[in-house]
Ligand binder design. Structure first.
Ligand SMILES: NC(=O)c1ccc[n+]([C@@H]2O[C@H](COP(=O)([O-])OP(=O)(O)OC[C@H]3O[C@@H](n4cnc5c(N)ncnc54)[C@H](OP(=O)(O)O)[C@@H]3O)[C@@H](O)[C@H]2O)c1
Length: 291
């Protein structure tokens, strides 16, 4: 996102432990739970727009580390919102499709949130804090974010693989069989597409909540098979399973797919289909792998 943002903005990036590979000094190490350092950073940079993507995002880890999850996803988000308010900055908070219970699917921004796990609950509380504290706020809800990047460290500090597609391609490359659920549905979102939409929102005067996902609803199994085919891996390594059999620690919403009608209408754009996005994903993959 930083590279895309540079075309329109003077950009400063932050990280916690995984320093982004940027070739300049505009990168700051900051912990969003540290109120003093967040306030000091805002005082120094005085941003016009702050895009908050930082979260404890490992769903199973959040379920068993509730205090830590609340501290980052709720308290930390409140701190960023307060800093935005103090400096009259526009805040874009990246939330999640996991604020929904997954009963209905194809959720619009008017549907009621009702998270089924602790991660979803903390992100929803984060959303509420942002809306309460900031007047110039945007809440962006993507779903299953993916990308292919060159990275030496594939796990975040809460032990989550960099993303589902990085995890999957690593397994398939090593000829390791994987079991993927056929009964969890979502709207996978290519990170570059999300970045583009977030920057359009940043450039707009819009306020409120937007679903910023890919246009196609599909099961995690269908998604995995499409990736294997696109990248010429052996799709027989992917075995279908069900949520009941997988026994994940935290409960999952079964269909958290998102309607993108509102963002398409308000920003006059068209969200990419899964096949369009996977074309770009495979380009990223082959560029990184051929290098
Ligand atoms: N991944 C998905 O499928 C998905 C779907 C919907 C929404 N989201 C949301 O999208 C956003 C981006 O998540 P991501 O999963 O794509 O991966 P990501 O950008 O790698 O994850 C979030 C980042 O937050 C950082 N972080 C954790 N605790 C922090 C703290 N106390 N202060 C500052 N930074 C902290 C992590 O740093 P370390 O790497 O050092 O741990 C990690 O780099 C999150 O807000 C997430 O809730 C993700």
């Amino acid at each position: 996102m930083v590279e895309q943002a540079k075309e329109h903005f003077e950009v400063y990036a932050t990280y916690l432990t995984r320093k982004p590979p940027l070739n300049d000094s505009r990168t700051f190490q900051v912990d969003k739970t540290n109120q003093q350092s967040i306030m000091a950073l805002f005082q120094e940079l005085k941003p016009e727009v702050a895009i908050d993507t930082a979260a404890l995002h490992n769903v199973d880890y959040c379920e068993t580390h509730r205090e830590e999850a609340w501290k980052v996803n709720v308290e930390g988000t409140k701190t960023v919102a307060e800093a935005c308010k103090r400096h009259d900055a526009r805040m874009i908070f990246v939330s999640t499709d996991y604020v929904f219970d997954g009963v209905k699917g194809d959720y619009t921004e008017d549907d009621d949130a009702n998270p089924v796990n602790y991660y979803g609950l903390t992100k929803l509380e984060g959303e509420r804090a942002v809306a309460r504290i900031c007047s110039k706020y945007l809440i962006a809800r993507p779903s299953v974010i993916y990308s292919y990047v060159a990275s030496t460290r594939l796990e975040s500090s809460s032990g989550k693989p960099l993303n589902f597609t990085m995890w999957l391609t690593q397994k398939l490359r090593n000829n390791e069989p994987v079991k993927i659920v056929t009964d969890q549905y979502s709207s996978p979102t290519l990170a570059d597409d999300l970045a583009e939409v977030l920057l359009k929102l940043a450039n707009s005067e819009r306020i409120g909540t937007y679903h910023t996902a890919g246009r196609t609803r599909l099961s995690r199994y269908e998604f995995a098979v499409k990736i294997a085919r696109k990248l010429n891996f052996d799709e027989k390594l992917i075995t279908p399973t069900t949520t009941d059999q997988l026994k994940q620690v935290a409960k999952r919403p079964m269909d958290s797919s998102l309607s993108v009608e509102k963002i398409e209408k308000d920003l006059a754009l068209r969200a990419p289909t899964i096949d369009e996005a996977l074309d770009r994903f495979s380009q990223q993959f082959f560029e990184v792998e051929i290098r």
